[in-house]
Design a protein around this ligand. Structure first.
Ligand code: KE4
Length: 420
């Protein structure tokens, strides 16, 4: 496979952009080699600057549930350009999007639009602290909630991939407000609440983890968190930036029957444009400025471009619920019959092939995976035209644009790897 252009572009990029990338996980540090510089995306495919075509299972890390350049999203963007890109003033579109989100995720009685998942989780955490008057947060090892200072503690995603020591650049006093516990471990949670219950503002969780690789919740885990947060007056924050409109139209909370106090969304709700949201109980959200004293703001929050793309996405998903059953069928086919030595975790159209033969239920078990073997697999698949997440500790995503042929080709390439 020719990669001269990507190699040259990578060398050039490194001169002006740290690591040559605008987000660490893109640098292929977890798997080695040269990141592919992408020229365009189309449906389920990426085409790189050397003309190589790949079946894309990253999908911009989750937003592209309908594939690259979904026509209705592109059309919405084209038409909004006739009126403007940003006004810094309220528009009707923002109301429509907030209403659509509330329609799909009823626990989000009030919604505030922001520009990234990080902004959403940072804001939700500030609101939780302000509402409860408490400072402590519980998160889970291997979960990643964006690069929020106080949450970069035992975080997943790029932090796990790069084995970056926790909280570099974050004051110890910030990190000290975060208690990181093992995911799926109820006794550890009960212990933390017994010790700090009255000082805990919130528990924030990826309801299905994507950022240590895909790790589903064990039965009863979310129910235990819900009961403990209620008992101790802490808020329950579902970080659905990745799972929202991905694992189900109503997100993970509709799958597990949990009503969080606050939810964060991102990725899919923007269809590839920078937009995210946080929201939840009206009594909590009424504390947000300008109504309440908890400040949060953003120049481009709710801008017409991103909101138009989001509306096109959510309107299509609302009109086509069959997308989720079809994604389930095809993702199940893709992840059927794991080879020896591979553990596959999957919820809906997000999944991870862990190079370990023991169950992966938390960071410690995920970390036992053979990263070098994953890297070999990654490069084999890349050479065979399949673009997986460049890290063992990330989720892969199937989109509605992937065809049965794409899945057959992927299975064929994987089968050849395990039988070479
Ligand atoms: P952003 O700030 O990257 O939009 O969202 C942060 C975030 C928050 N919560 C969850 C559950 C997330 O998965 C993310 C971001 N996910 C990563 C993928 N592992 C984004 C990819 C990247 O960092 O380049």
């Amino acid at each position: 496979m020719k990669t001269e252009r990507s190699e040259a572009l990578f060398e050039r990029a490194k001169k002006t952009i740290p690591g040559g990338v605008n987000s660490p996980v893109r640098a292929f540090r977890g798997v080695g080699g040269v990141p592919r510089f992408i020229r365009r995306g189309e449906g389920a495919r990426l085409i790189d600057e050397d003309g190589n075509s790949y079946i894309d299972y990253v999908g911009s890390w989750g937003p592209l549930l309908l594939g690259h350049r979904f026509p209705e999203v592109i059309e919405a963007l084209r038409s909004v350009l006739d009126v403007g890109t940003s006004f810094g003033a309220p528009t009707e579109r923002e109301i429509e999007l907030a209403e659509m989100i509330r329609g799909a995720v009823p626990s989000m009685e009030m919604v505030r639009l922001v520009n990234s998942g990080t902004e959403a989780t940072m804001s939700a955490l500030r609101v939780a602290r302000g509402f409860t008057g408490r400072d402590l947060t519980i998160k889970f090892e291997g979960c990643y909630h964006g690069h929020v200072d106080s949450l970069l503690v035992k975080a997943g995603s790029g932090m796990a991939t790069l084995a970056i020591s926790d909280t570099v650049g974050v004051p110890a006093s910030f990190a000290a407000t975060t208690i990181a516990l093992p995911y799926n471990n109820i006794p550890a949670l009960e212990e933390a609440f017994a010790a700090h219950g009255d000082n805990i503002a919130a528990v924030i969780v990826e309801p299905v983890v994507g950022n240590m690789g895909c790790v589903p919740p064990l039965p009863g885990f979310h129910q235990a968190i819900r009961a403990l947060t209620e008992k101790h007056g802490a808020l329950y924050i579902f970080d659905e930036v990745m799972t929202g409109f991905r694992v189900a139209h109503g997100g993970a909370q509709s799958l597990y029957g949990i009503k969080p106090d606050l939810t964060t969304l991102g990725k899919v709700i923007g269809g590839g444009l920078p937009i995210a949201a946080y929201g939840g109980r009206a009594d909590i959200m009424s504390k947000v400025a300008p109504v309440g004293p908890i400040y949060q703001a953003g120049t481009l929050s709710g801008n017409p471009m991103a909101v138009s793309a989001g509306l096109a996405m959510l309107r299509h998903l609302a009109a086509h619920p069959e997308i989720y059953t079809d994604l389930e069928r095809r993702a199940a086919a893709l992840c059927a019959n794991p080879p020896k030595g591979i553990t596959i975790n999957r919820v809906g159209s997000m999944f991870t092939w862990f190079f370990t033969d023991s169950p992966v239920i938390d960071w410690d078990t995920a970390a036992k995976s053979d990263k070098a073997a994953y890297a070999r697999f990654f490069h084999w698949m890349l050479e065979h035209g399949v673009y997986l997440a460049p890290s063992q500790f990330e989720a892969a995503f199937l989109s509605a644009a992937h065809t049965d042929d794409d899945i057959a080709l992927t299975i064929q390439a994987a089968h050849a790897f395990f039988h070479q």
